[in-house]
Design a protein around this ligand. Sequence first.
Ligand SMILES: [Cu+2]
Length: 168
Amino acid sequence: MQTSILLVTLALMALSGAVMLRVLRAKDGPSPPPSVNKQRSRFIWCLVILGVLVSLASLRDWPHRSAGSDAMIVKITSGQWWWETDTAEIPLGQQVEFRVTTEDVNHGLGIYDPDLNLVAQVQAMPNYTNKLVHTFEVPGTYQILCMEFCGISHHDMINEFDVLEESK
Ligand SMILES: [Cu+2]
């Protein structure tokens, strides 16, 4: 998904650059007839509409969207230098909405699978609750690590939870 977004962004940036170059070159020559200007205006509006549509379509599945009504809510609070979760067990295949905040400075919540691959992340911010929606497809023990240097014991910010095939 991230690669698709990057490629689409690069393609649209290249297209925008080409349009800008053409506009700049056209400025030096004789002024075009009104019909050409109208055609250019239509073309630019088509690009704007295309950009908005691509943005909406590609942003829809980002993890910061709202969860379904049957999602499990997991609250995670952080501070220097700890993570506190209100559950230690999450059922496999269950959509989870993490509600993440901090009591002091900014922290970066990173959720790592049993092989220590990063599977989801969100910023923990003071006086604000960020939402992160994720569905775990692999059982095991997941670790929560801080991804933003937040002080001398930043490396001690470790917690974990289990993703279980059947909830107990
Ligand atoms: Cu930290």
